[in-house]
Design a binder for this molecule. Structure first.
Ligand code: GAL
Length: 442
């Protein structure tokens, strides 16, 4: 919907550059208070796969680095397995807009201009993306102008941040209204230019329960503050996201933030858990490490095509969700030790993720029918998505042996026919199980 409401109620002096990015102000009547379907405007059906400069470089970016990263995406085989966006985060612009009010690319660090850069990146076969929050011009009250600039520069992905929020007596509306402003601008731009809409990534750190309304405005929405390259940060994000997994489906995804694989002090097992949780919870997967120094271990994780296939499932858009919390009582929030047992449907079977949140090696056991996607009385073939092996047939339950500290197991289970006859007890869930005549079996 393109809002035709006049923006704002008071004349405001908005000096270019006084807002780092984003934000919106329109009459309350111009947006629907009741979120409806996900924003199916032709793009963003599946979680975005790509690269973003921020986690590795912060503001230390320039055109050579971005181009080199794009080239490495190709030569390392990342593009071949589906990573298609190359995103520039904050600090790409001059601090001040031009005399006519446009955002200007940093004339030193992007000396040849953004269009030149995106042209070269597109020649490599990529889409390219965009962003800010570090004191560079923001888009408040310049949404359509800036979106037009970004499109002219060859971008098609917009991450819209939430810094330097105008005072309430200027905005006089909530977060939904502020983000509607850019969502409308992108729709209007697509309509007038005839080009596909931008992929629109909301980045306001999960404020105002964005997972309840983000899908009406954009294709993904950050659910927490910034990720750090350490286990505690991963655990906090997984725990938080585990309670809002229903918000994710085609065209609208909880964004657990950009990947830290390859950064900081994550162990190999923590990196695997990071990638697995993000992928199976259908988060966008934006690589955020220095690709020229990437190890084969990390590259191997990022290119696990069996895991990526679930993230990019074209038939089932749902996230995995916890079915048992493990060491915590069910439905207990624990930022340092999230739920341990998850499952969800997929095109190719029922997906399970077992997360060892403990600091010690553990066996992890579950009854198959603890997952709602499993049929009682059936047995299941087990595919291990990390060892890439078929691990026999599970009847009633499964135990993963020796899961390392902060390690993960990812499985795909497929119906393999009736379970063997005569198993005792006759119901896997024994409670309330009864004979046909009504006599309780237990
Ligand atoms: C934050 C955002 C980060 C990064 C940063 C740039 O608000 O959450 O992902 O974009 O701004 O300044």
């Amino acid at each position: 919907m393109v809002s035709t409401q006049p923006y704002g109620t008071a004349p405001v002096d908005l000096t270019p550059g006084s807002f780092e990015f984003s934000m919106h102000m329109c009459d309350l009547a111009s947006f629907s208070p009741v979120p409806v379907d996900a924003l199916n405007n032709g793009v963003g059906k599946l979680p975005a796969l790509g690269y973003n400069t921020w986690n590795a470089y912060g503001c230390n970016i320039d055109e050579d680095l971005v181009l080199e990263s794009a080239q490495l995406m190709v030569s390392l085989g990342l593009q071949a397995v589906g990573y298609e966006y190359v995103n520039i985060d904050d600090c790409y612009a001059e601090k001040n807009r031009s005399a006519s009010g446009d955002i200007v690319a940093d004339s030193v660090r992007f000396a040849h201009g953004m269009k030149n850069l995106t042209d070269q990146i597109h020649k490599l076969g990529f889409d390219s993306g965009w962003f800010t929050c570090g004191g560079y011009p923001g888009s408040f009250q310049n949404e359509l102008r800036d979106a037009t600039t970004f499109q002219d520069w060859g971008f098609d992905y917009l991450k819209f941040d939430n810094c330097a929020i105008p005072f309430d007596d200027i905005i006089r509306e909530g977060m939904i209204g502020k983000y509607t402003r850019m969502s409308d601008a992108l729709a209007q731009l697509s309509q007038s230019s005839g080009q596909p809409p931008f992929l629109f990534s909301l980045c306001q750190w999960g404020w105002e329960q964005v997972w309840l309304w983000g899908s009406t405005l954009g294709h993904s929405w950050r659910v927490t503050g910034d990720i750090a390259p350490e286990w505690d940060s991963l655990a906090l994000i997984i725990n938080f996201n585990s309670f809002i997994t229903q918000a994710t489906d085609f065209y609208g995804h909880n964004d657990m933030d950009m990947l830290q694989l390859g950064n900081g002090g994550l162990t190999f097992d923590e990196a695997k858990s990071h990638f697995t949780a993000w992928a199976l919870m259908k988060s966008p997967l934006l690589i955020g490490t220095n690709l020229s120094a990437i190890t084969l271990d990390i590259l191997g994780i990022l290119t696990n095509t069996e895991i990526l296939a679930i993230n990019q499932d074209p038939v089932v858009g749902k996230s995995i969700s916890p079915f048992r919390w493990g060491i915590n009582p069910d439905w207990t929030s624990n930022s340092t030790s999230p739920a341990q047992y998850y499952s969800g449907p997929s095109e190719n079977g029922t997906v399970f993720m077992l997360l060892n949140t403990l600091n010690e090696t553990s066996d992890m056991f579950f009854n198959l029918t603890e997952s709602p996607w499993i049929r009682a009385g059936r047995q299941y073939s087990v595919r291990d998505l990390w060892t890439h092996t078929d691990n026999g047939t599970a009847v009633r339950n499964f135990t993963a042996v020796d899961v390392p500290p902060h390690g993960v197991v990812a499985l795909l289970l497929n119906d393999a026919g009736d379970e063997p006859a005569g198993i005792f007890p006759p119901c896997a869930v024994w409670f309330n199980c009864a004979y046909e005549n009504g006599t309780a079996a237990n």
